[in-house]
Design a protein around this ligand. Sequence first.
Ligand SMILES: Cc1cc2nc3c(=O)[nH]c(=O)nc-3n(C[C@H](O)[C@H](O)[C@H](O)COP(=O)(O)O)c2cc1C
Length: 180
Amino acid sequence: MSRILVIVGSMRKHGNTEVLASEFEKGARDGNNNVTVISVRDYNIVPCTGCNACHRRENKDCVINDDMQKIFPILRDADIIVIASPVYFYGISARLKSIIDRLHQPARSAMKVKKLGLLLVAADTIPSVFDAIKMQYNLILDYFHLDNIGEVLAYGVEAVGDIEGKPILDEAYQLGKRLE
Ligand SMILES: Cc1cc2nc3c(=O)[nH]c(=O)nc-3n(C[C@H](O)[C@H](O)[C@H](O)COP(=O)(O)O)c2cc1C
């Protein structure tokens, strides 16, 4: 049983990212894991300013007082973190990137995470639309010595509902179900 945190990086309600993440969640629950799903929609996170005050302060806390204070305890307890994002100009969404950037602080050493997973959706119909994100993801895995549980990449989905009924949803389910 793993404690899994899925972070959904789209603001769009019932959007393709949310649907893909929810299939993964179902699989992971059926595999008897403890799953928490959070969405960028429910948190106001401002970008890291790079002030590095967290490195100098005695308590090592970030000086920005926003919803990151609510997210950090959830992040800290996860064994596996799954990033779910729409492709925005070949990158992940800015809101999701803001959460990741805010982990540039000493408190991240308290995180238990050992593995990452990646769920992506894009309107384009060529698989190379994910290349830039995959490269960044692999660099992060290496840098932090994390294992990859796998990637589920859904292309050719643009409008809300486009992903419904696609076989890629079962891939997301199976990826979740395989985890223990
Ligand atoms: C700001 C923005 C930038 C986008 N950039 C890309 C892109 O570079 N490549 C692509 O294939 N789709 C791009 N899209 C389309 C989304 O990735 C696609 O519609 C996705 O299904 C949205 O996911 P959601 O329904 O979870 O919000 C972009 C959409 C937005 C709003």
